[in-house]
Every structure is written in structure tokens, then in C-alpha cells.
Design a protein around this ligand. Structure first.
Ligand SMILES: [Zn+2]
Ligand SMILES: [Zn+2]
Length: 99
């Protein structure tokens, strides 16, 4: 079964483009990485609906964008989000990026 992804507020579907910008300045497709910035490792538990490609601009929980998730997959994604955010926090504590 193919996972469906859509904005919980307006039903906009990600088109595979890089529409999300991290606080580090990196631009990427957040659904390729379960909300994790591939540049700095920050995990975005909330995902904005990008207005430029036609979304509504509202923020929703990253997990709520996934449709037809069964309980096992939901648990797995939540685990990734929780684990990665702990790791990201630890690594940013250690290496403060040069600004
Ligand atoms: Zn980043
Ligand atoms: Zn939307």
C-alpha cells in the first residue's frame, strides 16, 4: 500500500519539490526525511503547508500529514521523530554552528 501524504487542513499534496526551509537555511523536501533536516539534523515535528506551490500555510503535526497509516507505521514514525529529536538536540549542544 502506498502511503498517502496530504495537508490535514487543506488536502494539498506535496509534489515532491523542496518547499521547506530549515532554520539553518537548508531547503529540502521534508517528507523524504520524516521531517529531519539533512543538513543540520534538526527534526521538525510540525510541518507547515507551503503557500507557494498552492498550500494553505497552516502548521500541522508532521505525523498528521500521513494518510492510511496503520498503527505499526504510526508507531515507527513517532519513534523516529522522538529519537531523532533527542539526537539532534544532543549534537547541537555539542557543536554550536558558526553563525
Ligand atoms: Zn537544518
Ligand atoms: Zn494546507
Amino acid at each position: 500500500m502506498k502511503l498517502e501524504i496530504a495537508c490535514p487542513k487543506c488536502e494539498w499534496k506535496p509534489d515532491g519539490g523542496a518547499h521547506w526551509v530549515c532554520t539553518c537555511g537548508h531547503v529540502w523536501n521534508t517528507f523524504e526525511t520524516t521531517g529531519k533536516c539533512p543538513n543540520c539534523g534538526k527534526v521538525w515535528k510540525d510541518t507547515a503547508c507551503p503557500t507557494i506551490p498552492g498550500g494553505c500555510g497552516a502548521w500541522s503535526k508532521h505525523i498528521n500529514w500521513y494518510r492510511n497509516l496503520d498503527d505499526t507505521m504510526r508507531d515507527e514514525i513517532e519513534e523516529i521523530l522522538n529519537e531523532e529529536s533527542t539526537k539532534a538536540k544532543l549534537s547541537t549542544d555539542k557543536n554550536t554552528p558558526n553563525t
